[in-house]
Design a protein around this ligand. Structure first.
Ligand code: FAD
Length: 555
């Protein structure tokens, strides 16, 4: 059997390696148009920033090492420019010319290419992308040659990594993002923490604006923004997103949706013997059912492997799982991670949900080095099914988001998170791990023990509710919502009459630092017969959502 694979990195090379491990007799040919296969695209920003010293460290294999280890026929500099599914051949262009190559099974893993928006002047040689080893080498050379100012267009994951790498090398870096904040899939209240950290690193973020034109000047370019600003730069990194590299295959009859190839649960396209995997295919989101390509290395690697399983062991092959989109990125001293659905996609899918905000420490508070993380978790209204989670913090975020990703995959609900036995010693966690706490807060919400109110609601409810601040006097005096009544939670039981009087029949909306003390207060108030709710995430979340400008200081 001859298996031809187009694209020799994540999905393609996983398919090739697995195919060989399953079948010593198959002829396996990998066609890669670039000069490298099996390179670490995820490591490229760290080479630019110098944390990865040598570009060779990005090359995990060579055609020679793959021939030796796996008997693969890997052909770099070979671009597939045509497909005839009827005749089961691909047309390949290389330095030697064009040839047709027959196959029994074809795996399309062409990945994606950088999206090029219609911005005048984008053809400037100072505009670069970061997708290949050559891109990374060229960027680093430009920095070594003395570039001082960079503009990064697009503040998604790759843009943020590129910006941080360039800043690490001492450049002045400004980012331009069309969405309202950097890392657009992140919830706004967490994005505020990222924006602050980027600011601390000295990276300026222009959010909610577009690059309108790039003017070519002698020694630099100038990026003109939709808000009228002009930013000079010797280097411009284009990272506004990707599009599947599928034109050839779509033209040959592979069914596509907005350019991404449509596959079934085994990676089969509509054409016989033609499979596809990776960034270039449509995935169906496990939580929302929304259809979109997922440009992440893990799902691409695993799908490539499972495609090989289906080619060689069709009866035993497991279906390729729908991805939940688990991702993580470092921003300065913060880890920023997410899994499952965010608010926007849940709304798009029409799923009712409740949002939980927590600020637990990564390990026991009494053990030195405890530091808080901010978690935002969405659960399905009614049954508490875990739908999505995001976290930002210095330590421990990766572990919690991975556990929550596992829980989403397993279809766990908030009460079931309470039951998880997670590793604990004061050095690593807490007897009630942040994941267990998510479960407890979520359980309280779904069984009615806890009613939440949200910072976004403050403007609408401030005149119709009594805002009750249950923090200490010192915390209150540092900054509180105007009109909020201060009664520390430890005094509440004795002073409940004051609340009743001040509320004058209005609902009470309690708040504290992070939502723990206001939950206690809320229980006291509810059991005293008041209409009460507790601010989700407390002042920590409120400040991130509304900013410090809404607060007043003093007694
Ligand atoms: P790719 O790995 O992109 O491979 C596709 C290959 O196909 C390319 O080498 C291309 O040259 C080749 N090709 C395309 N068309 C043809 C053709 N017609 N003929 C021959 N060859 C062709 N993901 C994460 O999960 N975590 C990260 O931290 C992360 N960081 C990233 C950082 C950067 C800078 C980049 C660029 C990506 C990052 N990703 C990350 C995304 C991840 O690398 C991709 O999701 C993954 O590589 C997709 O795998 P793939 O096999 O579909 O495509």
């Amino acid at each position: 059997m001859r298996i031809v694979i187009v694209g020799g990195v994540a999905a393609g090379m996983s398919a090739a390696a697995r195919a060989r491990r399953l079948d010593e007799t198959a002829e396996i040919i990998v066609l890669e148009r670039g000069e490298h296969v099996s390179f670490a695209n995820c490591g490229l920003p760290y080479y630019v920033g110098g944390e990865i010293a040598q570009s060779d460290d990005l090359l995990l294999h060579t055609p020679e090492s793959l021939r030796a280890a796996l008997d693969l026929d890997v052909r770099v500099g070979h671009e597939v420019i045509g497909l005839d599914a009827g005749k089961r051949t691909v047309t390949v262009r290389s330095a030697a010319g064009e040839e047709r190559l027959g196959y029994d099974a074809l795996v399309l893993a062409p990945g994606a290419v950088a999206l090029r928006p219609s911005v005048a002047g984008l053809d400037s040689p100072r505009v670069r992308t970061l997708r290949t080893v050559a891109d990374a080498v060229s960027l680093r050379e430009t920095v070594d040659a003395g570039a001082r100012r960079a503009v990064v267009l697009g503040a998604g994951f790759i843009g943020v990594e590129a910006a941080e790498a360039l800043r690490l090398r001492g450049l002045e870096v400004e980012m331009v993002e069309f969405a309202p904040h950097a890392l657009p899939p992140l919830e706004a209240e967490l994005a505020a923490l990222v924006t602050a950290e980027l600011g601390r690193l000295g990276i300026v973020v222009h959010a909610g604006v577009a690059a309108e034109a790039i003017e070519h000047l002698e020694d630099r370019d100038a990026v003109r923004l939709s808000d009228g600003r002009r930013i000079d730069a010797e280097l411009i990194v284009l990272s506004v997103g990707v599009r599947p590299a599928t034109a050839v295959f779509e033209a040959a009859g592979v069914a596509c949706e907005r350019g991404a190839m449509i596959v079934d649960e085994h990676g089969r396209t509509n054409l016989p013997g033609v499979y596809a995997a990776g960034d270039a295919v449509v995935s169906i989101d496990r939580v929302t059912g929304l259809r979109r390509p997922v440009a992440l290395a893990g799902p691409a690697n695993r799908a490539g492997r499972q495609v090989a399983d289906h080619i060689l062991r069709p009866d035993a092959a497991r279906p390729i799982p729908a991805p939940v989109g688990t991702a993580i990125v470092r921003v300065g001293e913060l880890a920023v991670a997410m899994t499952g659905a965010n608010r926007a996609s849940l709304r798009q899918a029409g799923i009712d949900f409740d949002t939980l905000h927590l600020h637990p420490a990564q390990h026991a508070g009494y053990f030195p080095g405890a530091t808080p993380m901010a978690l935002v978790v969405h659960i399905r209204r009614g049954d508490g099914l875990l739908l999505g989670a995001q976290g930002v913090g210095r330590e421990g975020v990766d572990k919690r988001i991975d556990v929550l990703a596992t829980a989403i995959r397993a279809g766990l609900t908030a009460p079931e998170l309470v039951d998880l036995d997670l590793a604990y010693s004061p050095v690593y966690g807490s007897a009630k791990d942040p994941v267990n706490l998510v479960g407890m807060v979520g359980s309280n919400v779904i069984d009615g023990t806890l009613t939440l109110w949200y910072a976004e609601q403050w403007a609408a409810l401030r005149d119709d509710c009594l805002v009750l601040d249950v923090r200490s006097r010192g915390e209150y005096e540092e900054g509180h919502l105007p009109g909020a009544l201060l009664i520390p939670h430890t005094e509440l039981r004795e002073r409940i009459d004051e609340v009743v009087e001040a509320a004058a029949g209005r609902p009470v909306r309690a708040l504290c630092g992070s939502g723990v003390r206001s939950h206690i207060a809320n229980r006291v108030l509810l059991q005293a017969g008041l209409d009460s709710a507790s601010l989700s995430g407390g002042m920590l979340t409120l400040r991130a959502v509304l900013g410090d400008g809404v607060l007043v200081a003093g007694g």
